[in-house]
Design a protein around this ligand. Structure first.
Ligand code: TXA
Ligand code: MG
Length: 319
């Protein structure tokens, strides 16, 4: 029997009984359980093979539920909530004791997100607890953007996969915190930063190469397919170095002349960064199934969703 379906009521029943369900969001699919139940939360860590020092995001459907879980917060955070939720942003708050330490890996902050996917909004409305949910991939692998991606890797480990179609944003949420009168971007993601830069001129953006991550778990070699990924300035020029090898290409819009054109993934024929971010992880997964010797790629313009795309490409290429 397939574990994938669209039964929101069934998913809610499973979650109420402490089970783990994969849920769709506009960013990526999550692996969800009752955030207030440490046993249910520990199943998430087990299924993902995720180290317990890496905290989880909790998901809510309405701002008025927030005060049950977090301490009073600044007007800057109130502005972010008002302006950008529901949507692809995750905000850190000082947590209340009701949130188990396991969720936050012992930190005194909790990451909160209000997803805008209608299926998961309806699911959350049926529950009287938040859902703790990391991305629904084995630890260190590419996040899933379709129900079938979850099924491929974790199908035998989750109780149900709630199918909400392909994720419209396709990269994980942008994570922010407000400290010392500064808004810090801890992870570049599905929310573009241009609007925030106007409102917070001294916005601080975490650079990816950190080996001592500010957000624990933002490890450098995340999102890695099994074939080595090489970032090149000029893919065409680089191709000659790999004659006789099975080469894959991941490009924004350009096509290159290679022996096996099917080993080439174009993210957006028109060069749209939004379309490219939607397609990025599915393309990486497809390339990963081709037994390639090497995957060549290059950075996209560092603007809008291009920041998140470049961040994921750099991580995929990191040792
Ligand atoms: O789009 C998303 O954010 C998806 C969907 C399912 O909501 N979730 C997601 O979760 O990407 P995950 O666990 O794969 O990534 C969450 C990141 C991790 O790098 C974790 O270290 C960081 O958030 N994080 C969570 N709580 C934190 C905290 N209190 N302080 C700093 N970083 C935190
Ligand atoms: Mg993840």
């Amino acid at each position: 029997m397939s574990k994938t379906g669209t039964d929101i009521q069934y998913a809610a029943d499973l979650l109420r009984s402490g089970k783990v369900v994969s849920i769709p969001t506009e960013t990526v699919y999550g692996l969800a359980a009752n955030a207030l139940d440490p046993e249910a939360v520990s199943s998430i860590f087990e299924i993902k093979q995720r180290p317990s020092f890496d905290p989880l995001i909790i998901h809510l459907s309405a701002i008025d539920q927030l005060s049950r879980y977090v301490l009073p917060y600044s007007e800057e955070l109130a502005f972010l909530l008002e302006e950008y939720t529901p949507g692809p942003i995750t905000i850190l708050f000082k947590k209340k004791d009701i949130i188990p330490d396991l969720v936050t890996a012992g930190l005194d902050t909790v990451a909160v997100r209000f997803p805008s996917h209608p299926v998961t909004m309806e699911l959350l409305d049926k529950l009287d607890f938040p859902l703790a949910a990391p991305s629904a991939n084995p630890f260190g692998y590419i996040s899933p953007t379709q129900a079938s991606h979850v099924d491929d890797q974790l199908g035998d480990k989750v109780d149900y996969i709630l199918d909400g179609g392909a994720c419209v944003i396709g990269v994980e949420s942008t994570i922010v915190s407000y400290q010392d009168n500064t808004l810090h971007v801890l992870r570049k993601g599905g929310m573009e930063l241009e609007g925030l830069m106007k409102r917070f001129p001294n916005l601080s953006i975490n650079q990816t190469s950190s080996s001592n991550p500010v957000a624990p778990g933002m490890l450098k070699s995340h999102y890695a397919p099994s074939a080595p990924v090489v970032l090149c300035e000029d893919i065409q020029a680089k191709l000659s170095e790999f004659k006789g090898q099975k080469v894959g290409i991941l490009s924004l819009k350009e096509r290159y002349n290679i022996e096996a054109p099917s080993c080439q993934k174009v993210l957006s024929p028109t060069g749209s960064l939004r379309e490219a971010s939607q397609n990025l992880f599915a393309a990486m997964r497809e390339l990963d199934k081709m037994n390639l010797d090497i995957i060549l790629t290059s950075l996209v313009p560092e603007e809008g969703l291009g920041r998140a795309i470049n961040d994921r490409l750099r991580r995929a290429a990191a040792e």
